[in-house]
Design a protein around this ligand. Structure first.
Ligand code: ZN
Ligand code: ZN
Ligand code: ZN
Length: 380
């Protein structure tokens, strides 16, 4: 079995080498001299190093041409070399507690005129780098990294499938947690426990939006008690050990909701299906949004669908591509994103159906497969 382990390890390294080279090539053609990446999803994507962003500077210095190096605090050298960084053979520049790591970075890039900074870099580090490299023009690194991250490879697709199956397993238990008299917060705690129990390493968000709270798409939990007749929007997600995220919404109803909820929900289901059916290589992101939105609009519910249809997902819950009017980006096989139309009527209720889907050669694959209809919770 040692052979298999070695092979998969080599494979991982080659994935990171390929990604690093692809960013270098993109930087070079964009006229960027170097890309600086601090801990976060982009560092994890490019090197496999899962570091926590802290005040001490950890930074991948990726010149458009030449060898990448890692700037790492002394006390984190062991952690860095235990990650794939160790076997990637990146040059390591460690710094001690009284050194100035920003000046170290500046010395590594003496003639850089344009440097691209990690979109997630702390402002404090951005400004210190600006002061240390006053002649370098700063731009964001997203445009050279996100196009790569947006196109998932086979390993990433299988990671998203696993994350999807895990969050489906939580939704399978949600109806059993919803009872009149329980608060959203109590239900949310139970859901969070289950998100971890099914294999996630973090609970990224838990939305239990009952009755009128459903009208706020990003409501989390409150002390409101569930009542008979409440529709309840449950939108939950977490991160798996490999960093890939889950995100799925189902809408439940504790007893029969008052009219016209069920009729509207049927229209919402049609809208979600229509957006999914519109997915194919070459279709624009905005056309996926429009396919579902048109159905809600035709039914007079257009004004109640107050957000975009979806967002890309991978190492971050929200990343490119965004499924929104105005985004003319054309889908390609391997792009992964949410399809999550909803309707929100202030003071009354809300609804949302959300799946994570992957664009395939001839359509789409959903990584979520729980029933999409209004999930009824029987009350005695
Ligand atoms: Zn990003
Ligand atoms: Zn989402
Ligand atoms: Zn969601």
């Amino acid at each position: 079995m040692a052979y298999g382990v070695t092979v998969s390890h080599d494979l991982d390294e080659s994935i990171f080498r390929t990604r690093l080279r692809a960013v270098q090539a993109a930087a070079e053609s964009a006229g960027i001299d170097a890309v600086l990446i601090t801990p976060g999803p982009d560092l994890r994507y490019l090197t496999g190093y899962e570091a926590v962003p802290l005040e001490r500077l950890t930074c991948l210095v990726l010149p458009a041409t030449g060898d990448p190096v890692m700037v790492v605090p002394n006390l984190e050298v062991l952690a860095a070399t235990a990650s794939p960084i160790g076997s990637l053979g990146l040059g390591l520049h460690s710094w001690g507690e009284t050194d100035d790591p920003v000046r170290l970075v500046a010395r590594l890039l003496p003639s850089a005129k344009t440097i691209a900074l990690d979109d997630h870099m702390w402002a404090e580090k951005v400004l210190r780098l600006r002061a240390a490299m006053p002649h370098a023009h700063q731009v964001t690194a997203g445009p050279v990294i996100h196009p790569l991250r947006m196109r998932k490879d086979a390993t990433e697709i299988s990671a998203l499938r696993k994350a999807g199956a895990a969050i489906d397993a939580v939704h399978a238990e949600v109806a059993g947690l919803l009872r009149p008299g329980r608060t959203e917060r109590e239900v949310g705690r139970d859901i969070a426990e289950r998100i971890l129990a099914v294999g996630h390493v973090s609970v990224d968000f838990v939305i239990v939006a009952s009755g009128p709270n459903g009208a706020s798409p990003h409501h989390e939990v409150s002390d409101r008690m569930i009542e008979i007749g409440d529709p309840i929007v449950v939108d939950i997600g977490g991160s798996m050990p490999d960093g890939y995220c889950s995100d799925s919404t189902r809408t439940y109803s504790v007893g029969e909701p008052a009219a016209p909820y069920r009729a509207w929900f049927d229209i919402l289901e049609q809208a979600q299906r229509a957006s999914c059916a519109a997915i194919s290589p070459g279709a624009t992101c905005e056309s996926i949004d429009e396919a579902g939105r048109a159905i809600l609009r035709d039914a007079g519910l257009g004004d109640l669908f107050i957000h975009r249809t979806g967002h890309g997902i991978g190492l971050e819950t929200h990343e490119d591509p965004y499924i929104v009017s105005g985004n003319t980006l054309r889908l390609e096989p391997g792009m992964a994103f949410s399809v999550e139309p909803g309707f929100y009527e202030t003071g009354r209720f809300g609804a949302r159906i959300e799946d994570i889907v992957i664009c395939t050669e001839d359509g789409f694959e959903s990584v979520n497969s729980r029933p999409r209809g209004l999930a009824m919770v029987e009350v005695a």
